[in-house]
Design a protein around this ligand. Structure first.
Ligand code: VGL
Ligand code: ZN
Length: 229
């Protein structure tokens, strides 16, 4: 009886939805500016685009959130705003290190679009972040530290909880920055968190070892897209 029952559900596409009823996919910052040749290129950033498109089309997750890095011109994270500083250097800002970046994801420019080669129909929510001039925002859940020393919420945790989401799977860019900050915050906010490793890429691959170590230490699962069904 139980075998028949199991087989029945394994063959039923609805079973996938039931299994993932309490899980959400967060697609982080898959935007042209983070692709090779873009303003802030991630290493092999384009390699994840087809896989994310397929994952979204397969409708594995009942809830899907896409984040969009979305900076005003003259954003504080841009090295161009800090005399004598170069991109990828860090400066102290509000008591915390702030890496300075090339100008990227400037609102309403083509580089800030949700990647045009992905069918975004499955996205329930598009969350823009980094749109306050004086604060950077890596995580989907909270901005970076602001002038008052606080990290303001984006409201995403509440949005997910009201939809009965208990665990999140993160894909996108960059593995060592916005993806990492997103899953760390998810964990701190009480969600179980997973990184779909093959559907992420870093700004620089030299960071991968440290990223893996951080995820392992925190108990954040590293999974692969082939295992998602
Ligand atoms: C990101 C640096 C600056 C990211 C965004 O999406 O990881 N990194 N802005
Ligand atoms: Zn940014």
């Amino acid at each position: 009886m139980s075998l028949t029952y199991g087989l029945h559900y394994a063959a039923d596409p609805q079973w996938n939805l039931a299994m993932h009823r309490h899980a959400a996919l967060i697609v982080v910052d898959v935007q042209p500016d983070f692709m090779p040749g873009g303003a802030l290129a991630c290493h092999e950033g384009d390699a994840i685009v087809p896989g994310i498109d397929q994952l979204l089309r397969r409708r594995v997750f009942r809830q899907t959130v896409a984040t969009q890095d979305w900076h005003p011109r003259g954003h504080i994270s841009f090295a161009s705003m800090h005399a004598g500083q170069s991109p990828f250097q860090a400066i102290p800002l509000y008591g915390y290190p702030q890496t300075l970046w090339p100008d990227h994801c400037v609102q309403n420019t083509p580089g800030t679009a949700l990647h045009p080669a992905i069918d975004w129909s499955a996205a329930d929510l598009v969350l823009r972040k980094g749109n306050h001039l004086d604060v950077d925002s890596y995580s989907a859940f909270r901005e970076n530290h602001g002038p008052d020393g606080q990290r303001p919420t984006t409201g995403l945790a509440g949005w997910l909880r009201e939809r009965e989401v208990r665990e999140i799977y993160a894909v996108g860019l960059a593995r060592d920055v916005c993806v990492l900050w997103t899953v760390q915050d998810a964990l701190a906010l009480g969600f179980r968190a997973h990184v779909v490793w093959d559907l992420t890429r870093p700004v620089t691959p030299e960071s991968d070892e440290a990223t893996r170590a951080t995820l392992n230490d925190l108990g954040i699962d590293i999974v692969h897209s082939a295992d998602l069904r």
